[in-house]
Design a protein around this ligand. Structure first.
Ligand code: GAR
Length: 191
């Protein structure tokens, strides 16, 4: 049995896609949804999906080892960031080497780094007159959006597209590819 912890700060549509993808898989379980935001939409989704939620504040996350210890004790095999907006603390990254992955809503290394998340990314893509955007799934290290890239997929950006238009195209790519790539990364843990 492989155990996943999903980290999410917002709506949680990617977290739900991943949970649904593995719902009938007896070899994989979503053990926990972990969030820094008690108002996040992902909390309602977790309740509906009957997945336990672990909520924490900034002090607990950055100044204690509580979260790392809970994840190690489960034990969690893979941490999947699905719209999680805080930098992972060094201790947590070191406790799960090559076992934390993230999805970013653009084609890294473009439009990554601190402050580049969610809607801000799509606004920057449109402001820069990009002709394409997309998604990047990558391993997580101690810096924002810099870990090794696992998978990218792109979509066109039209001159008339608003950031909302780009967000919709990117989200469609995320929902198609993220669950599948999570499954591939899990399979590699065995080899
Ligand atoms: C997704 O587009 C994800 O790529 C992005 O947040 C959104 C979460 O949507 N992540 C980042 O920007 C991380 N830097 P969701 O809550 O509906 O899954």
């Amino acid at each position: 049995m492989k155990r996943i912890a999903l980290f999410a700060s917002g709506s949680g549509s990617n977290a739900e896609q991943i949970a649904t993808y593995f719902a009938d898989n007896a070899d994989v379980t979503i053990s926990l949804i972990v969030s820094n935001n008690h108002k996040a939409g992902v909390i309602d989704r977790a309740r509906r999906l009957h997945i336990p939620v672990l909520l924490f504040d900034r002090k607990t996350f950055y100044e204690t080892d509580q979260i790392t210890e809970i994840l190690l004790n489960q034990p969690i095999d893979l941490i999947v960031l699905a719209g999680f907006m805080w930098l992972m603390p060094s201790k947590l990254v070191q406790a799960f080497p090559d076992k934390i992955i993230n999805i970013h809503p653009a084609l890294l290394p473009k439009f990554g780094g601190k402050g580049m998340y969610g809607h801000f990314v799509h606004e920057a893509v449109v402001a820069a007159n990009e002709t394409e955007s997309g998604i990047t799934i990558h391993y997580v290290n101690e810096r924002y959006d810099e870990g090794q890239i696992i998978f990218q997929a792109s979509c066109p950006v039209l001159p008339t597209d608003t950031p909302e238009d780009v967000a919709k195209k990117v989200q469609a790519l995320e929902h198609v590819h993220y669950p599948r790539v999570v499954a591939e990364v899990l399979a590699k843990l065995d080899s």
